[in-house]
Design a protein around this ligand. Structure first.
Ligand SMILES: Nc1ncnc2c1ncn2[C@@H]1O[C@H](COP(=O)(O)OP(=O)(O)OP(=O)(O)O)[C@@H](O)[C@H]1O
Length: 513
């Protein structure tokens, strides 16, 4: 009884935050042909067509209406829309259109994402649009050379050879080389703290993608820093003449004053317009408060907090604990080489499973490991091969769960049952994207079935039939499995030995020092 009550409460999902209670329902909108999108710049229509986009998805149209026509970024937007529904273009398009009329180049839009791979993916979308209207896009992510990055982001003045400059007169003015920056929080903070000429002072737009993930960790306080740096450039209601005098002659200054009008009182004006997005947007008031939103408006899909893609089919595969790898192999064989991602619960189990599968003779499936344990260069290479179809199956830890968009992924397999509905949604959401169909299989031990059913109910998913794996295939694989397990054991021992040798060597080096 208690459980049912809980579920009913969750189903009703009445958010604590008042402004979340009257959202705009995206499901009331249809796709809209580019020919009928109001005020859309014809140059962007061409760019979109070059991206094979001929109409806007509902979430894109909803955001367009609130940002360009008829709304004009009057309110900050919180967008809760399923995986693969097209949230990236939903914010990229209006930002590019708004900036297309800018007169002076400086950093006006900042998009923050939790991982490097995601940032790269989002930068691609901006790069396909922005040049069409004369805008430049930059990338600031970890694990790439910071000096290369700085030379891409900051423009040095042209100094003519043979001309003698008076150092007292000549102000060495550095300018932004980009209008839009896609960044991860750590690298963003590096630039804010250390890069000459890098400033967020002129920002007009801030996008926080995968918001709930980004708000989970402080990431060197990037969010309060950006908010603070874009708050006021002067104190008081109106600038005094001194405030208006630029410190460097000719340097650009954005004056933000303290708003006094109704609705803007005490806030910086012109304000930094924000868009925050996720497929599992947080409703936690204390987390949302960190965003310092201005008259926020929620755009969401239907009444449910958690939504799975419409074209996703979920299946459970019930298996014995000891034979799980065999069920996986049998399932993969039945999928006949379709592009698939297998999710495990940790980087260690990803590695173990991959090593075990390597010892299966005649598997005839091209698979690769993809996890945070690996160096970025190897991960990028693997992802490239998966995108290109040279690898059919990725065995992944949760490094792939959020946001990654790989065309043609037909199946997601939860080798380990996810503990939370959010994890299930983000994992399953790597398939059935952009209206395509896809399947999600979850391997379960008998005692997990009930818990899994409850988990799915949170996303209103009542139908999750059992997918039967042929017991004959399982039996036929048994001997290969036994020998693979033995090889795995040997491999684990030798890896342990190698690691202890490396540890010993490095501690000896430290002692010698
Ligand atoms: N209007 C459109 N027409 C056709 N394809 C589109 C359109 N908009 C986006 N897409 C495609 O849909 C896919 C999913 O888009 P996107 O990655 O933005 O989804 P998302 O909502 O951000 O998903 P997630 O929550 O998983 O990050 C991409 O491959 C993108 O190219």
């Amino acid at each position: 009884m208690e459980e049912e009550k809980e579920l009913k409460k969750e189903k009703k999902n009445i958010p604590v935050v008042p402004w979340m209670r009257n959202p705009i329902d995206i499901t009331t909108l249809d796709q809209c042909s580019l020919d009928f999108v109001p005020f859309l710049d014809p140059r962007l229509v061409v760019a979109l067509r070059n991206m094979s986009i001929t109409s806007l998805f509902p979430v894109q149209l909803a955001v367009w209406q609130e940002t360009i026509g008829p709304g004009s970024f009057e309110r900050d937007l919180c967008i809760n829309s399923p995986t693969g529904s097209g949230k990236t273009l939903a914010y990229a398009l209006p930002i590019v259109q708004m900036l297309s009329t800018r007169a002076v180049k400086c950093l006006r839009a900042l998009v923050v994402l939790p991982t490097r791979d995601l940032a790269l993916q989002v930068k691609e979308v901006f790069s396909a649009l922005a040049p069409a209207v004369g805008l430049s896009v930059g990338l600031a992510v970890g694990q790439s050379s910071i000096s290369d990055e700085i030379s891409e982001l900051i423009k040095k003045p042209n100094i003519e050879y043979g001309v003698c400059y008076d150092p007292e007169e000549f102000s060495y003015e550095l300018q932004s080389a980009v209008d839009i920056l896609v960044a991860t929080p750590g690298r963003l903070m590096d630039h804010i703290s250390n890069t000459d000429g890098f400033t967020v002072e002129h920002l007009c737009y801030l996008v926080v993608d995968e918001t709930d993930r980004l708000l989970r960790e402080a990431y060197q306080s990037w969010l309060p820093t950006v908010i603070q740096l874009t708050r006021f450039s002067i104190d008081g209601n109106f600038p005094s003449a001194d405030d208006l005098l630029p410190c460097n002659y000719g340097s650009l200054k954005t004056i933000r004053r303290v708003g006094t009008e109704r609705g803007f009182k005490g806030k910086a004006y012109p304000r930094l317009a924000k868009m925050v997005l996720s497929a599992t947007l947080t409703q936690d008031p204390s987390k949302l408060a960190q965003l310092d939103l201005h008259h926020p408006l929620l755009l969401t899909t239907g009444e449910r907090r958690y939504q799975l893609p419409e074209e996703l089919k979920s299946f459970k595969v019930i298996c014995q604990s000891k034979l799980k790898p065999l069920y996986l192999v049998s399932l993969l064989q039945s999928l006949q080489g379709e592009k698939s991602i297998v999710f495990t619960s940790s980087v260690e189990s990803t590695h173990r499973l991959c090593t075990l599968l390597k010892f299966f003779d005649n598997l005839q499936i091209e698979f690769k490991e993809y996890s945070r344990l690996q160096p970025q260069s190897l991960r990028s290479k693997t992802l490239g091969a998966f995108r290109a179809g040279q690898v059919q199956v990725l065995i992944s830890s949760d490094a792939m769960t959020r946001g990654m968009d790989v065309e043609g992924v037909r199946n997601v397999i939860n080798y380990d049952m996810p503990a939370y509905i959010k994890t299930f949604i983000h994992r399953a959401g790597r398939t059935a994207r952009a209206g395509q169909s896809g399947c999600c299989f979850t391997l379960l031990r008998k005692h997990e079935v009930k818990r899994f059913k409850k988990l799915l109910q949170k996303a209103d998913c009542d139908s999750c039939p059992t997918y039967s794996v042929s017991s004959e295939v399982i039996e036929s694989l048994n001997s290969v499995y036994t020998s693979a397990l033995e090889k795995l054991r040997d491999n684990v021992e030798s890896e342990k030995f190698k690691k202890s040798k490396i540890r010993l060597k490095s501690s000896n080096v430290r002692k010698d020092k």
